[in-house]
Design a protein around this ligand. Structure first.
Ligand SMILES: [Zn+2]
Length: 484
């Protein structure tokens, strides 16, 4: 049965029915259904169609979506929820300064309680902004209890996804050469693998939030430990996630140390594949693009953070042409500043157009697909499209707001005009986790208060206050002006 056939299959009754909406299915001959409905039973979509096609299924609960868009939830393929308490710090730092002066001290000294305050805040932000699934690279406090609590918190707020437990291991010569603090590499390799495996056993494949190995960086994680991490993932039938070649100097520094570029080495060891999710990959040569594409390796594209730091422009078109699976990543609130994949979709389009000076270099429909179907493929879940049988990860957007009128072209409206705060309803696995723009499963006001309090304590203890001072930017005339 093809997708269109499945979309027309009648169903007599359902748990939850979304009616009267403009339904963006993202599939088949009917990517958009005007005055459509979506029927949900349990955690799955059971019917999608038009009111014009005939009678609706009976439902335990019906939500009218008149004046609304009903679309797949957005999928985040690279995040760091624990960084949420550092929002707005580090203005104007270079990539390595940002890591060594800000993020490494922050990650090394954050407590369990501060981690949880940060993760709840990030998760609440994410569901309110229409994210339904997240891959969280967690390298702050990575003891077993905290890692499992992070996964539990994401699930409690209502998200599905994965926590990739950050694995640092031994202090490599390259990490020393690059100026990373030795204090960040404090857990021996054996212990890193043992803690990760305990967490994986507690949240195995099929859990709503799984635990994956997350070697911190393909460039400065010890090669043996990285290979052992991938082996661990494969022995449990799950994926693994790491950063790769974000700053321009990383591939060359890696080649100086090991004799080849990082993605080439991963390929030479059989470590690439559909179970591999690489974040950033901004600096790749042709052989690396071919290796990533031919192995159907997944890539988390982070257009906002790549511009903020700034790292550079990922070769999107080349990677897609080579066969890579691409999803979108918000990269956490310390450099993304918001959990908002709408913003990232728009920035994806704009950065590639500017880079190539070509309006055809990227498009709204392409960004929309990457944020939905692409992300679901990266996560290996049956989501990202509104079709019977798929997971019921669905969001509803109010399109009566002034900045969303008129609405001539659906995916352009979503990518260029909508923002996370336009999301009224967020449904994950058939459960409503946001309704009327408020979290249903946790007290979001309490989460915000706790985060505000913990953030102040963290800044004082770690000594981050100076990073909040206004930094000087050089004006066009060469004089210096204050950045407010
Ligand atoms: Zn990252």
């Amino acid at each position: 049965m093809d997708l269109d056939e499945r979309a027309r299959t009648p169903t007599a009754r359902c748990d939850l029915l979304l009616t009267e909406g403009t339904v963006l299915t993202v599939v088949g001959e009917r990517p958009t259904i005007d005055r459509g409905f979506v029927a949900i039973t349990g955690d799955r979509i059971v019917a999608v169609g038009s009111h014009e096609d005939g009678s609706l299924p009976a439902a335990d609960r019906t939500i009218s979506c008149r004046g609304r868009v009903v679309m797949p939830g957005l999928v985040d393929c690279h995040n760091h929820m624990f960084q949420s308490l550092g929002r707005t710090l580090g203005e104007g730092l270079t990539g390595w300064e940002w890591l060594s002066r800000f993020m490494w001290p922050y990650a090394a000294q954050i407590t369990h309680e501060e981690t949880m305050a940060a993760v709840y805040l990030g998760a609440v932000e994410a569901v309110l902004a229409g994210t339904t699934c997240v891959l969280d690279h967690h390298y702050g406090r990575t003891d077993e209890a905290t890692t499992l609590a992070v996964a539990a918190a994401l699930e409690e707020v209502g998200l599905r996804g994965k926590v990739a437990r950050g694995i640092a291991g031994p202090y490599t010569d390259l990490a020393r050469h690059q100026g990373l603090p030795e204090s960040a590499f404090r857990i021996p390799a054996d212990e890193e693998l043992a803690i990760t495996e305990m967490c994986m056993r507690a949240r195995p494949k099929g859990s709503k939030v799984e635990i994956w190995p997350g070697p911190i960086n393909a460039v400065y994680t010890d090669q043996d430990l990285l290979a052992a991490s991938v082996e661990l993932a494969r022995s449990h039938g799950v994926g693994w996630h790491t950063h790769c070649s974000a700053p321009r100097g990383d591939p060359e520094a890696y080649r100086d140390a090991y004799g080849m570029r990082p993605a080439t080495w991963l390929h030479s060891q059989g470590l690439l594949g559909p179970d591999t999710v690489l974040a950033h990959t901004t600096w790749l040569d042709e052989a690396e693009i071919e290796a990533i594409g031919s192995t159907r390796t997944a890539v988390a594209h982070c257009p906002l953070s790549n511009q903020y730091v700034p790292y550079g422009v990922m070769p999107l078109r080349e990677l897609l042409d080579a066969g890579a699976t691409i999803g979108l990543g918000s990269d956490g609130s310390a450099c993304g500043h918001r959990q908002d994949l709408f913003e990232n979709m728009k920035l994806l389009v704009l950065m590639h157009r500017l880079h190539h000076l070509d309006p055809k270099a990227s498009s709204g429909p392409q960004a929309f697909e990457i944020a939905t179907k692409g992300g679901a493929a990266v996560h290996g879940i049956d989501a990202g499209a509104l079709v019977p049988g798929a997971l019921a990860d669905v969001i509803v957007i109010d399109t009566t707001r002034p900045h969303l009128v008129p609405w001539h072209q659906a995916s352009s409206g979503i990518v260029y005009s909508a923002r996370g705060s336009d999301v009224e309803v967020n449904i994950v696995g058939g459960e409503i986790v946001v309704e009327d723009g408020r979290c249903t499963r946790v007290d979001q006001d309490e989460v915000v208060d706790e985060a505000r309090r913990r953030a102040g304590e963290l800044m004082d203890r770690v000594g981050l206050r100076d990073l909040a001072a206004p930094r000087l930017a050089r004006s066009r005339q060469g004089s210096e002006c204050s950045d407010r």
